[in-house]
Design a protein around this ligand. Structure first.
Ligand code: PMP
Ligand code: GLN
Length: 381
């Protein structure tokens, strides 16, 4: 069998989670909360699971009442009311949205610009369409885009540019200036934009999330993704959505209908019930900022150097003074198997071998979990 992705192994998130389980380690590797979704959401799901008539296929683009609720949320947060009929598609998590967008717009030979480090599926999913990923490094020390380098990488073959803010794994967030600069760069091109905003409700220190949806010029060429898994501590539900202008949404739906057709019906009803409860997502900034601050405080005596985290739920740390002789993969393995705290090596987010001494911790965990992990990490010293 000739593999379409011969160089790709099992996703680092599966690998580290399995290693954590085998070693009895606290899993700060794969990004998921160890607490449950809000009670009203669980109760809503239970209600809809028990409602006759809510158990069959949902409409292909998503339940109309969920799309209406998403439109209202978007207007409230980003000052733009999308048309629920034409601009919103409910997907099986942001993962399916990413895949379906790429399958919809990337032709063989098209270039897709990816800012690196990047979420692990971006490059392989581009290649599966016959596209050519073109990697532009984010600039150290704060992993911000260098727009001059992006400009230099744009060609007439650049079909799509992928951005992600707040950023996984680095926690960097884009500013208004970034979006204005990007808009100017793309102005006279046919390049589309995919904006992965799954951590939209997790930005810290009073800095607002700058959604591409709020940018009138950029949103005309953009697919904007969100994930209810992140917003409602429900990564196992696998529901997300894509906002895009009608012509782009139509292309996305051509693919979505054949990837999965539609998303679980009772789950969509439950989400439609709670999305109008604005407090549930408004409070996430403070909720996660507190976790970030606690975790950083707890790691203070460990010898790890902590990078800034402006958003998302990951902390990147430099271990070069602790174990300069180890690669990040070796260090991640050692932390998991010997210290008992599983992490992700940052090289998993690069397409080539990368020798920065950086690992990623997920701090979307109960205070007790973070404290227990920190005790183990401090004992390591
Ligand atoms: N994009 C990014 C940047 C992510 O971190 C994740 C979640 N790991 C996804 C997409 C996928 O989201 P979902 O779980 O909704 O499929
Ligand atoms: N997005 C999560 C992370 O970055 C994991 C998603 C997954 O396991 N596929 O850790």
């Amino acid at each position: 069998l000739s593999s379409k992705l011969p160089d790709v192994g099992t996703s680092i998130f599966s690998v580290m989670t399995q290693l954590a389980q085998e070693a009895g380690a606290i899993n700060l590797a794969q990004g998921f909360p160890d607490y449950d979704p809000p009670r009203p959401l669980l109760e809503a799901l239970a209600r809809h699971v028990l409602t006759p008539g809510h158990q069959q296929y949902a409409p292909m683009p998503g339940l109309p009442r969920l799309r209406e609720a998403i439109a209202a949320k978007t207007a409230r947060l980003y000052g733009h009311l999308p048309d629920a009929a034409t601009d919103i598609t409910v997907t099986s998590g942001a993962t399916e949205a990413l895949y379906a967008v790429l399958a919809a717009v990337v032709h063989p030979g098209d270039e897709v610009l990816i800012l690196e480090p990047a979420y692990d599926l971006y490059g392989p999913a581009v290649r599966l369409q016959g596209g050519v990923p073109v990697y532009v490094p984010l600039s150290l020390p704060d992993f911000r885009p260098d727009w001059d380098r992006v400009a230099a990488a744009l060609t007439p073959r650049t079909r799509l540019l992928m951005i992600n803010s707040p950023h996984n794994p680095t926690g960097a967030v884009l500013t208004d200036d970034d979006l204005d600069t990007l808009a100017a760069l793309l102005r006279d091109t046919d390049t589309l934009l995919l904006s992965d905003e799954v951590y939209e409700h997790m930005v810290f220190d009073g800095v607002p999330h700058r959604s591409v949806t709020a940018h009138p010029e950029l949103r005309e060429r953009a697919f904007v993704l969100s994930s209810f898994g992140k917003t409602y501590h429900a990564t196992g539900w696998k529901v997300g959505y894509c906002l895009a202008p009608p012509a782009l949404s139509a292309e996305l739906r051509r693919v979505h209908q054949f990837v999965t057709f539609s998303v679980s019906t009772p789950t969509q009803h439950a989400l439609a019930d709670v999305l109008p409860l604005t407090g549930l997502y408004d409070e996430l900034h403070a909720f996660y900022q507190q976790k970030r601050d606690l975790f950083r405080e707890l790691l203070a005596g460990t010898g790890l150097r902590l990078l800034q985290v402006a958003g998302g739920y990951f902390q990147v740390a430099d271990f070069s003074t602790l174990a300069p002789e180890l690669t990040d993969e070796q260090f991640a393995r050692r932390l998991t198997q010997e210290t008992g705290v599983a992490v992700v090596p940052l090289s998993a987010f690069y397409h080539h071998r990368h020798d920065d001494k950086l690992v990623r911790f997920c701090f979307a965990k109960q205070e007790e979990t973070l404290r227990a992990a920190a005790r183990r990490l401090r004992a390591e010293r």
